[in-house]
Design a protein around this ligand. Structure first.
Ligand code: AMP
Ligand code: MG
Length: 346
C-alpha cells in the first residue's frame, strides 16, 4: 500500500514546524529523506532495528550493504564505536562536519542490521544545517544511505528523491540541491594502516596530511571479482546506473570531441557528457558538467546529468573522464560504476 509522503517545506516560516514533524516521524520509527552536503539521505533512527529494516525495503537495498550512521557531535559518536584512534580523531577535527565517513569497530548499541552483520560501523557528522537541526531536535543518531532506489543514480535534489521514493517513505525535507553532489569519502580505521574504501568530497591529498600511510582500496578503480569479499560491501553492486548505456572515455578534450563527432556520423543521437567548452564543437545532444578539469563542478552535476539522460531518452552516452586528482577521483569512480566498467582510452 503506498503511503502519503509528506513534503516538508524548509522555507523560513515553515522550517521549525517541518523539523518537529520530521523528528516525530523518526522517533515513531518512520523514514524521512534528508538533505546533506553530499547527496540526499534516507534516514531512520539508527538504534531502532525495525525502523532501519524499513530503509532496506523502501530502497530495495541488498541486506549485506551496511549503512552510514549520522550524528551531531564527536561526543555522540564516541558512544557508537569502541574507540577512536589518534589518526581518526585528527581527521574528525579537520573534516567534520563534512563529507567524510570513518569506519570503526562498533559498540554494542549499534543493531546488526545497520552494519549488515559486520563488527564495524560507518559514522559521519553531516554539514547541512537543516539536517543538523533535525539531529538536534530529535536527539537521535540517524542511519541514512542515499535516498534513491538501489542501483539508480544518487539523489542530489528533493525532486530526485520523490521520483524514486514518493509513496514509499513518510516524508522528505525539501532542502537545497546538494553542494558536493557525490557521496562521502569512506576511510576504514579498523585496519592498520587505514584504507580508503570510497573516494568523495574529501580528497586523498587532504587525507594524506593526517594519514600518511593511507592505503587505496583496489575496488575504487576496478570491478570487484565475483565471490571475493570486498572491504566495503557497497563497492560490489551495480551503481548509479541510468537506463542509458554509458561509456567512459579517457582522453583530452580535443580527442574526445573528435571521437564523439566520428561516432555521430553513424548515429547522430549519441549523447556526450562533457565539459562546457565542448558545446561549441559538438552541439546537441549533450550535457555539460562545468569547465574543463573543474572536477568540483563535474561532481556537483554528475548524478543529475545521469538522470537527465534517461529523461531525454538517451540510449548511448560517451562521458569524458575527469582528471583523477582531487574530487576528480570520486567522479571517475562513480562514472566507472555507471558505465559498468566500460572504458575507452584514446
Ligand atoms: P550509501 O550510504 O548508500 O552511500 O552507502 C554506504 C557506503 O558505506 C557503502 O558503500 C558501504 O559499503 C559503506 N559502508 C558502510 N558501513 C560500512 C562498514 N561497516 N564497513 C565498510 N564499509 C561500510
Ligand atoms: Mg547509495
Amino acid at each position: 500500500m503506498p503511503m502519503l509522503t509528506k513534503q516538508l517545506s524548509v522555507s523560513h516560516e515553515h522550517l521549525d514546524a517541518s523539523i518537529q514533524t520530521a523528528a516525530q516521524i523518526l522517533k515513531n520509527g518512520g523514514l524521512v529523506a534528508i538533505p546533506t552536503e553530499t547527496v540526499y539521505g534516507l534516514a531512520a533512527n539508527a538504534l531502532d532495528e525495525e525502523a532501519v529494516k524499513k530503509i532496506f525495503s523502501a530502497k530495495g537495498r541488498p541486506q549485506d550493504n551496511p549503512l552510514i550512521v549520522h550524528a551531531s557531535s564527536l561526543k555522540v559518536i564516541e558512544k557508537l564505536v569502541k574507540e577512536i584512534p589518534p589518526a581518526a580523531k585528527k581527521c574528525a577535527e579537520a573534516f567534520w562536519p563534512g563529507p567524510f565517513t570513518m569506519v570503526l569497530p562498533k559498540s554494542d548499541i549499534i543493531p546488526n542490521t545497520v552494519c549488515a552483520g559486520l563488527d564495524t560501523v560507518a559514522v559521519r557528522i553531516p554539514k547541512n544545517n537543516i539536517t543538523q537541526k533535525l539531529l538536534a531536535a530529535s536527539q537521535l543518531v540517524l542511519a541514512a544511505p542515499s535516498a534513491n532506489i538501489s542501483g539508480s543514480p544518487s539523489p542530489t535534489t528533493f525532486e530526485h528523491v520523490l521520483n524514486d521514493l514518493d509513496g514509499k517513505i513518510d516524508a522528505v525535507l525539501m532542502g537545497e540541491r546538494c553542494a558536493v553532489g557525490v557521496e562521502s569519502t569512506v576511510v576504514t580505521f579498523a585496519t592498520n594502516p587505514p584504507r580508503l574504501l570510497r573516494p568523495g568530497g574529501i580528497t586523498i591529498e587532504q587525507l594524506r596530511e593526517f594519514i600518511p600511510d593511507l592505503v587505496i582500496d583496489k575496488a575504487i578503480f576496478s570491478e570487484p571479482k565475483k565471490n571475493v569479499a570486498v572491504a566495503s560491501p557497497g563497492m560490489k553492486y551495480k551503481h548509479y546506473s541510468p537506463k542509458a548505456k554509458i561509456i567512459v572515455v579517457e582522453a583530452d578534450r580535443e580527442s574526445f570531441e573528435t571521437f564523439v563527432s566520428e561516432q555521430r556520423k553513424v548515429d547522430p543521437n549519441i549523447f556526450a557528457l562533457c565539459f562546457d567548452e565542448s558545446n561549441n564543437r559538438l552541439g546537441q545532444p549533450l550535457i555539460c558538467c562545468g569547465q574543463t578539469n573543474d572536477s568540483i563542478s563535474y561532481a556537483a552535476r554528475l548524478f543529475d546529468a545521469l538522470r537527465e539522460l534517461d529523461l531525454r531518452g538517451c540510449k548511448l552516452c560517451y562521458a569524458i573522464s575527469p582528471g583523477k586528482q582531487g574530487v576528480g577521483l570520486a567522479v571517475y569512480n562513480r562514472l566507472l560504476r555507471a558505465a559498468a566498467f566500460e572504458v575507452i582510452s584514446l
